[in-house]
Design a protein around this ligand. Structure first.
Ligand SMILES: *Cc1c(COP(=O)(O)O)cnc(C)c1O
Length: 468
């Protein structure tokens, strides 16, 4: 036996003995035996590695360490944070915040039985899409609609349904990658389709589509290049013309819009984004878009368009594997209903409210919360109110910046303005009881206040935390 092992045997108590310590019995009373046992085992394992070298660990220290582990076990992993990154629809921070109407509908759906797939008129089996299809048709002018888990799934099932073992014609300039994992060419392969790229990166013409059509073609497709822009000597083909080529050959034509807002964003002073209604009007047979991007709803992938094509998608066995749960259906229905009154949408839909928030309102907010943040972080450096630029996020053009305001924390001395100091400041903000997520830019830590609505809670967060 090695020296380290004999030291372990000498110093470490058995699990049974630890369970009988008074401090541990109190933990069992509070949390139950199972989680306490998990924590003791994990702690003894850690001690086997560390204490053997350190020459042992006292009972009191170990009991405290077990209590700490339990505290971590029983606290939720998924937590509320303040998104002060300046990216409104931040994929890593959960994208669209939902309106109270949607939250109430989710709570109701989650709390008990509902007519999710039950026709209350006939008493027969219904379809979960029925709760949202009529609204999607009214809002987009489509004949039919269906919904799956997210837009990546919508594109996958569309391709698999309409072009299995066939070619899909797409412009080279539109082979998009969104957030790393979603790459159109990879989705095509997994959907069982063969990608037929046409044109060049910067220019694709109508004849490129027309020449590519053959008896192997299953679908013509266009993807909205939402997160990048090809500039200079460029050409792309308007949907109406591709629709004509597809129509003449009796082939379907689909457009992946990505964000797909249901209202004209320019009426809120935001950059124009093509809507599903416009895209269908231009002749697209099917349009896919996300529920939790500009639409401002729950994570979902929406497909709208021709009745016969939607019917085929609904019959694909993949639909069963990609269907939305009842909470998504509940939230989506509630959000779509808000669109019935576009004039009040800006007050009622948080995503839109945040995107269209007046810059002077954000500046005034920054001035009001600055003292609390400065009081807490004064040792870290200067806290100033500064103009900033927010982004829409989630694939919307990164070049379309929204003027905003926020706080800039600049490390006290120039010498300390190294990346590591800024990382430490960022980490300190993340360690607050409700983590605050900002961004590092140009030698400072920035908090963009566009997405801060709970002002009093935010101020209290700093007042309650020990200064750093
Ligand atoms: C965001 C996006 C997707 C993926 O949508 P998810 O809802 O995130 O799955 C697909 N295509 C385009 C063009 C997008 O912008």
């Amino acid at each position: 036996m090695s020296v380290a092992n004999s030291a372990v045997q000498f110093h470490l108590p058995s699990v049974d003995r630890v369970l009988r310590w008074p401090a541990i019995e109190a933990l069992i009373a509070a949390h139950g035996r199972t989680v306490v046992l998990m924590a003791i085992r994990a702690e003894l394992e850690a001690c086997r590695v560390h204490a053997a070298m350190a020459g042992g660990i006292s009972n009191a220290v170990m009991a405290e360490a077990v209590a700490q582990r339990i505290a971590t076990f029983v606290s939720p992993s998924l937590r509320k944070v303040y998104n002060l990154t300046g990216t409104v629809l931040h994929t890593n921070l959960g994208r669209a915040p939902l309106p109270p109407e949607a939250i109430a509908a989710m709570v109701e759906a989650a709390s008990g039985a509902s007519n999710l797939e039950y026709d209350l008129g006939t008493g027969e089996r219904g379809d979960r899409d029925d709760h949202i299809e009529a609204w999607l048709c009214r809002l987009t002018g489509a004949e039919a609609a269906t919904v799956v888990n997210n837009n990546a799934a919508a594109v996958l099932i569309l391709l698999n349904t309409l072009a299995l073992r066939k070619e899909v014609i797409v412009s080279r300039g539109e082979l998009v990658e969104i957030g790393g994992a979603f790459r159109l060419p990879n989705i095509m392969t997994r959907a069982g389709c063969k990608l037929h790229e046409v044109g060049t990166t910067n220019r694709t013409h109508l004849r490129d589509y027309a020449d590519a059509v053959s008896n192997r073609t299953g679908l013509l497709m266009k993807a909205h290049t939402s997160n990048y822009r090809i500039e200079g000597f460029t050409a792309s083909v308007d949907e109406t013309l591709i629709a004509d080529v597809a129509g003449a050959k009796g082939l379907p034509f689909a457009v992946d819009l990505g964000s797909g807002t249901l209202v004209d964003m320019t009426r809120f002073g935001l950059p124009h984004e093509p809507t599903p209604a416009e895209t269908l009007e231009k002749g697209a047979h099917l349009v896919t878009f996300s529920g939790d991007k500009l639409l401002g709803g729950p994570q979902a992938g929406i497909i709208v368009g021709r009745k016969e094509l939607i019917a085929r998608i609904k019959k694909n066995p993949m639909k069963r594997a990609m269907r939305c749960d009842k909470m998504t259906i509940a939230a989506l229905e509630a959000v779509l209903r808000l669109y019935a009154d576009p004039d009040r949408l800006i007050q009622r839909l948080p995503t839109l409210r945040l995107l269209a928030r007046p810059v002077d309102e954000i500046e005034a907010l920054a001035r009001r919360v600055r003292p609390a943040v400065a009081g807490w972080a004064s040792a870290q450096g200067n806290v100033d109110v500064v103009p900033l630029d927010s982004q829409i996020g989630s694939g919307s053009l990164p070049t379309n910046l929204l003027p905003s305001f926020g706080l800039r924390i600049t490390p006290a001395s120039v010498k300390r303005r190294s990346g590591r100091i800024l990382e430490e400041i960022a980490s300190t903000f993340r360690s607050l009881p409700t983590p605050v997520i900002g961004r590092i830019s140009n030698g400072a830590f920035l908090l963009d206040l566009r997405c801060l609505e709970a002002e009093q809670d935010f101020i209290a967060l700093f007042a309650g935390a020990p200064a750093i």
